[in-house]
Design a protein around this ligand. Structure first.
Ligand SMILES: Nc1ncnc2c1ncn2[C@@H]1O[C@H](COP(=O)(O)OP(=O)(O)OP(=O)(O)O)[C@@H](O)[C@H]1O
Length: 318
């Protein structure tokens, strides 16, 4: 698959403020983004997500490393490269008295693009902002304001769009709405890189996920592969009668007898669906063995669990 962005050995060290030591915000980051994908960069506060975006968008000067986008080297072709990138920032830093249409049209001009009213109309319509085109930004709801930020970032027809925490602090309904909007962009062939704290968002939206913590990329993989590799199934059978020991017929399964013999706990699988099959087999075996149970509590590990585990491992090794 075609590469749209290639980051090699990217390091950013901010000088310490006052007597504070320097901060290594990015440490030797390698990252390759494929054309047309939705990539979620997942990490806790201070992980380095905004710094990474800033480096690609020219707001942060890297300490070392290289950035190539669309086959161009940022060191030599920064303007051409930047003109093909859109950035939706976390916060709105625009004139709140400005009207929607003018504000979006202005953004197009910033990148030296010729005025194109038909294209601006298309962008506004895609984001359901056309009816609001003559409204002042200050009169819009929070959700509409976020859409204006996306419209402004799309006004110059970028091939690569960064969304920095697109749904931070928004309600569930608006989050769904944003996800639908991002889906539409995917259909239009825009490559999207979004940063998020929300595992759910990465799980819902992304084709691939990168996990970043303390300036280091811990893992990059297809979302499904991450789930396949690290996903687990957990199930607890509450028994009608306590058991003294597990029957031999269960010896092949990852099960333990817990809670003074009142619970059979299953922890296993590999996220490929094997866990679910094994739990079904376990239930059948219990019936065959005449071991009654009153409840089954089953859950699959989410990306959230995986993320917590990865960050804990990183904390333990660094
Ligand atoms: N201008 C700066 N000067 C000094 N340190 C900075 C500066 N900007 C960011 N940092 C530090 O660099 C590290 C990475 O910050 P960054 O904002 O990139 O993280 P983030 O993953 O985007 O966090 P958040 O999710 O909170 O936005 C943090 O320790 C932060 O305090």
């Amino acid at each position: 698959m075609e590469t749209i962005l290639d980051i090699r050995g990217l390091t950013k060290t901010y000088p310490g403020r006052g007597s504070a030591p320097p901060v290594d915000a990015l440490k030797n980051v390698d990252l390759t983004i494929r054309k047309g994908e939705i990539f979620a960069l997942l990490g806790p506060n201070g992980a380095g997500k905004t710094t990474l975006i800033g480096a690609v968008c020219g707001m942060v000067r890297p300490t070392s490393g290289s950035i190539h986008a669309f086959g161009l080297d940022m060191k030599h072709d920064w303007r051409t490269m930047r003109a093909r990138i859109g950035l939706v920032p976390q916060e709105m830093s625009v004139d709140i008295f400005e009207k929607v249409h003018r504000s979006v049209a202005y953004s197009r001009g910033l990148f030296g693009r010729k005025a194109d009213p038909a294209r601006i109309e298309e962008v506004l319509r895609t984001l359901s902002l056309w009816d609001k085109r003559d409204s002042q930004l200050r009169a819009l709801s929070g959700g509409m304001k976020r859409r204006v930020l996306i419209a402004k970032a799309l006004a110059h027809d970028p091939d690569l769009l960064f969304l920095d925490e697109p749904t931070a602090g928004v309600d569930v309904e608006l989050r769904r709405d944003m996800w639908n909007t991002i889906d539409k962009l995917r259909e239009q062939g825009v490559t999207v890189i979004l940063t998020t704290h929300y595992i759910e968002e990465a799980e819902e939206m992304a084709d691939r996920v990168g996990v970043i913590n303390k300036g280091r990329i811990l893992l990059v993989d297809d979302k499904d592969a991450i789930m396949g590799r690290l996903g687990r199934t957990e199930a607890e059978f509450t028994l009608s009668q306590p058991l003294a020991s597990l029957p031999a017929s269960l010896s092949d399964l990852p099960v333990t007898l817990e809670n003074d013999g009142r619970t059979i706990a299953f922890r296993g699988g590999d996220g490929s669906g094997l866990g679910k099959e094994q739990v079904a087999a376990l239930a059948q075996t219990l019936v065959r063995e005449n071991i009654g149970y009153t409840a089954i509590d089953q859950r699959e590990s989410s990306l959230e669990d995986i993320f917590v585990k990865l960050v804990e491992e990183e904390g333990a090794t660094s």
